[in-house]
Design a protein around this ligand. Sequence first.
Ligand SMILES: *Cc1c(COP(=O)(O)O)cnc(C)c1O
Length: 365
Amino acid sequence: MLYERDNIHRLTPYTPGEQPQRADVVKLNTNENPYPPPAAVLEAIRDVSADQLRRYPPPRAQQFRETAARLHGLSPEQVIATNGGDELLRMAVTVFCEPGGRGIGETYPTYSLYDVLAEIHGTTITQVPLAEDWSVPEDFAQRLNEQGCRLALLVNPHAPSGRQEPLDKLERVARAFRGVLLIDEAYVDFAEFDATPLLDPARGLDNVLLLRTLSKGYSLAGLRFGYGLGHPRLIETLDKARDSYNTDILSQAAATAALSARDDARKSWEKVIAERARLTGALRQKGFTVAPSQSNFVLAAPPAGGLSAQAMYRALYDRAIFVRYWDAPRIQDKLRITVGTPEQSDALLGAIDELSRAAGTAGAS
Ligand SMILES: *Cc1c(COP(=O)(O)O)cnc(C)c1O
């Protein structure tokens, strides 16, 4: 007997990057920050009392909202706290998209969770291919309007390419699109600018929602905390569909401490940005084609004539160096490599040298 809805029966679930139990893996596959979270985060978790655990948490994470609002120059009514950025995506799909139609619009390629969430909700998916340089086509909003999309999902900086679209482009999309534009800024801490200026009431945009997460910039992927920023009416609407206590007291305390210690976190962003430049240069020197990245990963195509991306992925894996590979159009000749510490890059670069020497020898014999 099948008890589930047809779309759940047909669903291919989201495949997360592998989380090995072994500690000796050079783990460059899931875009985690290689540096520890600010010390204040662990202190805040330790300071949570038995009495706080006994009681239900503040349902809207009010203290966190106030801290995030101050940080971004917004009001608390423009902030919603969520159980990871992924929960905000799920809420947005359920709140703005119609089951059976009028669904999401996205680029191809993009974060693969978007499709999974749309399929769970049973709403439609409209894909617009990115240009050769990974830029969003100028008619993106128009094509979504033609399909009746209610929610546009743009990851910026883009995953998996690392390209960041400028504010004026985002603003044009927001003005032209007849639904809600969710700009997924999961990686924005590693970029030079963010899209918060679009939330300035003076711009008169009521359909822009920004996604933020503490998973990448704040080294807290294990915590499961993210948030949305947007027009007060959008936030209030999302809030109606929130689980009653969607974030717990430990994560609220930790997330509030993390944002308050942003200057500590920023030191890790600066190290990652510097290492991104070095890794990009070193890979290009080895003949890789590497897209310029504003993120904490790079998308790199190995040189033609050597190992394919897939073969290199497997060979690195066998050497306990994990990167990400997708057998999908436009990216099956590339590896997505998280920017780690300089030591992790060196391990990767050394292994790539060894592999190309071995391939060269095999070819000659
Ligand atoms: C990591 C990520 C998120 C959010 O992740 P959470 O860990 O759920 O906060 C959202 N979008 C993209 C593109 C991401 O890479």
